[in-house]
Design a protein around this ligand. Structure first.
Ligand SMILES: Nc1nc2c(c(=O)[nH]1)N[C@H]1C(S)=C(S)[C@@H](COP(=O)(O)OP(=O)(O)OC[C@H]3O[C@@H](n4cnc5c(=O)[nH]c(N)nc54)[C@H](O)[C@@H]3O)O[C@H]1N2
Ligand SMILES: Nc1nc2c(c(=O)[nH]1)N[C@H]1C(S)=C(S)[C@@H](COP(=O)(O)OP(=O)(O)OC[C@H]3O[C@@H](n4cnc5c(=O)[nH]c(N)nc54)[C@H](O)[C@@H]3O)O[C@H]1N2
Ligand code: SF4
Ligand SMILES: [Mo]
Length: 747
């Protein structure tokens, strides 16, 4: 794939960026085994040359001397380098007796954000979980998007059937609680949102942003409305009310496919815009006009993201976003909110089209708080108590895979203390950081540039259908293990096969078993066919998924269809066209219809009414994403770390004045728990009065980490302030915004 360019032996390689959901195609120049430059891949069919500064920092990540390259074992409180065999022996020796004595639920697993950005981890992590058989599964999803997954699951029948705006054809886009200009999008894979927003406005489209901060995205929109954090549900209910009140409901083509319209109408009767206005800070007239604009636009979409999820009414808000899309006739219509159709791995392209089992929650409850299981997980904010609380079922061992909950989950200090009580902890991670320093064994992964890649999740959320494969840019160092192999060996260990089971044989066995479940009698033939052309591991699973997917060659049935071999011949990727209507085929609800009024959501509405009576806190905090940062783990890369101090608390001038805070001074920010952090003040009228903002993922001053660059400017850990006791009850999602704080000037 790499073509030599000149006498310097410079070659060009292409790689989809693994750092965020935008999935930009990158063009790397490589000379003598080193990256010499990284830029956007202009011919990439999907991202068209776009990239952000983090993409460039992939070079720093690849070369970072702090990035782990060998397994580490903690001996007498210190990490020492170990061979892979030694590390697996240690894991078997320490983990298996715990499982044998206390049962499978004695081991918990936490999956972090990067696990969805590496094909091998995304595909082999689930295998390990299945073999482990523990109910103690946690992930970044309950710090992030679980409300949207739940509302989508209840409405459309699968956790990942999430509609995304068809921005290239949209005339009116309402964005709530998302800042894609900085974050580059989430649950919506849309590289170069800024450029697409510009194009949209150039053809007469309008964008309205609802956010307690006038964000970078608000700056490229036509209109920005401040909203009090945590109160989207009031705005959205007011808008839904208006649609019924003013006769604006128009289901269009979807009419025969929607159940529950009358129930929704009944449910919103009391929620007039006039009653909602004071609570959310958006006036009633404004609310009515937003509803009219949405209903009146030919092609429109409502998109809500992180800010609408990480709050007490996350599931209700996420649901109401799509209720608006459905009631205004914009769901599943070109230019509206549409369902992507991925080439591989999408559950909503498999099985019988049009109906299915739907989703259920609460098949079991967490031991201490009784939180319902959602999508096979418990809320990450329940992890510390499950470790701390003695009794049958207590968590004694923990496996973290690409996750840093000590910084990324509320009440990190409590979790850090709990990790020290574990009998055994294993981390599969590329850094020795705030979380992995607590581990007994750390298994590193490869650099992303040393592995081939195909995005397993994000084509299911993309603004346009496409398929792209990236070969490895560099061969991995001799003896290094990719995570999928390490996870396979771990799978063997928890299956009782010992620490030296043959990884290749086990991969063959598990792949064939998986195939028998999905393809029945055809399994053997399919297995033979892909094994002849694709290497073991994730590439083989990819070939299987592509060929049996909706655009696939069907193993010969459709010779023009996709296969891995065909994709490998398309270094710019393959465009599969604009999003196309998919209802009813995409639905997997038992009724075969869109469930507009899921009973569990309606039953949660009384909480909203009760909340209307509560006093509004004087000062609350929200988070903030910044282009040169990525959650908790990219502050060690010199190209991103340089420049101004970014971990600042933004304060509105009025609040600064009344609290006696000067720009540049240090403020103590205290939560209700009494825990506090300190950060430099940045006075800015981009904040809504009564709301301050601090980015998350900082706080790199904890002892025992090996992050030499990040430690120079550690920043303050927002999550040290936040409480782990507040959740959206239906999804279990943590509340990360709208949390009451006090601010005071430090002498
Ligand atoms: N207050 C507040 N808290 C938040 C948020 C917020 O907005 N506000 N956002 C939340 C959100 S949306 C998310 S997704 C979570 C993220 O929560 P986490 O996933 O726990 O956090 P990350 O910072 O992404 O940490 C990633 C971990 O993966 C490791 N890693 C990086 N690359 C690789 C790799 O290739 N292989 C392996 N094995 N490991 C790797 C890193 O070293 C790090 O330990 O944080 C949440 N926390
Ligand atoms: N540069 C960079 N990019 C990233 C990340 C990163 O850390 N840095 N993280 C990645 C991850 S894991 C994710 S999940 C995505 C998230 O991507 P987005 O969903 O775009 O999330 P944010 O950029 O945090 O934007 C959330 C917005 O919600 C606002 N907000 C807070 N509370 C409320 C509220 O109650 N209501 C409303 N309406 N708004 C509110 C905040 O002010 C903020 O502007 O970003 C991804 N991309
Ligand atoms: S926006 Fe930046 S971090 Fe995200 S995929 Fe593109 S280059 Fe990578
Ligand atoms: Mo996230």
């Amino acid at each position: 794939m790499n073509q030599p360019l000149d006498e310097n032996n410079e070659t060009i390689a292409h790689r989809v960026c693994p750092l965020c959901e935008a999935c930009c195609g990158l063009e790397l120049r490589v000379s003598n085994g080193k990256v010499t430059s990284i830029r956007g891949h202009e011919a990439d069919v999907f991202s068209r040359g776009y990239l952000c500064p983090k993409g460039v920092a992939l070079k720093d990540l690849h070369e970072d001397p702090d990035r782990l390259r060998t397994p580490l074992i903690k001996r007498d409180g210190r990490f020492v380098a170990a061979s892979w065999d030694e590390a697996f022996d240690e894991i078997e020796r320490r983990l298996m007796p715990l499982l044998n004595e206390h049962g499978r639920d004695a081991a918990a697993v936490v999956l972090g954000n990067p696990t969805v950005h590496k094909m091998g981890v995304g595909l082999y992590g689930p295998r390990f979980l299945k073999a482990l058989g523990s109910k103690q599964v946690y992930s970044a999803s309950t710090l992030d998007q679980m409300p949207k997954q739940l509302s989508s699951g209840l409405m459309f029948g699968h956790w990942l059937s999430i509609p995304v705006p068809d921005i290239e054809r949209c005339d009116f886009l309402l964005v709530l609680g998302a800042n894609p200009v900085a974050s580059n999008g989430s649950l919506w894979t849309v590289p170069d949102f800024r450029g697409k927003a510009k194009q949209m406005r150039a053809r007469g489209g309008r964008i309205v942003v609802v956010d307690p901060r006038r964000t970078e995205t608000a700056e490229v929109a036509d209109r920005h409305l401040f909203i009090r954090p945590g109160s989207d549900v009031f705005l959205l209910l007011g808008m839904v009310h208006t649609l019924f009140d003013e006769g604006l409901v128009k289901l269009g083509r979807l009419a025969p496919h929607v159940a529950g319209v009358e129930e929704v109408q009944q449910a919103v009767v009391g929620y007039t815009p006039e009653r909602m206005a004071a609570r959310c800070g958006i006036d009633a007239q404004e609310m009515r006009e937003l509803a009219r604009a949405l209903a009146g636009a030919e092609r429109a979409a409502v998109y809500g993201r992180l800010g609408t999820c990480t709050q007490e009414f996350g599931s209700l808000s996420s649901w109401l976003v799509d209720v608006l899309n459905v009631l205004t006739g914009h769901l599943d219509e070109p230019g509206g909110a549409m369902f992507p159709k991925a080439a591989a791995f999408a559950v909503n392209t498999a099985g019988r089209p049009g109906s299915g089992r739907g989703v259920i929650t609460g098949r079991h409850k967490s031991r201490v708080s009784g939180a319902p299981e959602v999508f096979g997980e418990f809320p990450t904010t329940c992890l510390a108590e499950e470790i701390e609380t003695p009794g049958p079922g207590q968590v004694k061992a923990l496996v973290t895979i690409g996750s840093n909950p000590v910084l990324s989950a509320p009440n990190g200090p409590r979790l850090a203390a709990a990790l020290d009580q574990l009998d055994f902890m294993l981390s599969v991670d590329i850094y020795l950081n705030e979380t992995t320093r607590h581990a007994d064994v750390i298994l590193p992964g490869l650099s992303a540039l040393e592995e081939a890649h195909y995005d397993v999740a994000f084509p299911q959320l993309s603004y346009r259908n496409h398929a792209r494969y990236s070969p490895a840019v560099f061969a991995p160092p001799a003896g290094a293990w990719p995570e999928w192999r390490a996870l396979t060996r771990l799978t063997g260990i928890v299956m009782g096969l010992g620490a030296r089971a043959d990884v290749d044989a086990l991969d063959d066995q598990l792949t064939l078993e998986q195939l028998r479940r999905s393809a029945g009698e055809h399994a053997e033939a399919m297995f033979e066919a892909v094994s002849a052309v694709a290497s073991r591991g994730p590439e083989r699973l990819l070939d299987l998924a592509l060929r049996s997917g909706p655009y696939g060659d069907g193993f010969g049935a459709r010779p023009d269809g996709l296969s891995l071999a065909k994709l490998k011949q398309a270094p710019d990727g393959i465009d599969l066209g604009p999003l196309a209507p998919r209802i009813p085929e995409v639905l997997r609800t038992p009724s075969g219809r869109i469930e507009l009024a899921p009973p569990s959501l309606l039953a949660d509405l009384p909480r909203v009414a009760a909340d209307l009576e509560r006093p509004v806190p004087d000062l609350v905090i929200v988070g903030r994403r910044q282009v040169r940062s990525n959650n908790s783990w990219m502050h060690n890369l010199p190209t991103l770390a340089k420049g101004p101090v970014r971990c600042t608390v933004l304060v509105h001038p009025h609040d600064a004045q009344r609290l006696g805070l000067r720009d540049g001074a240090t403020a103590r920010i205290a939560g209700r728990s009494g825990r506090s952090v300190e950060a430099p003040v940045q006075v800015s009228d981009e904040m809504m009065p009564g709301v301050v903002s601090l980015p998350h993922g900082w706080g790199h001053d904890l002892p025992g980490s090996q992050l030499s660059v990040a430690a120079l400017r550690p920043g303050a850990n927002l999550n040290a302030l936040l409480d782990d006791g507040v959740r959206d009850p239906l999804s279990g999602n943590a509340v990360l915004g709208g949390v009451p704080v006090t601010l005071s000037a430090l002498a």
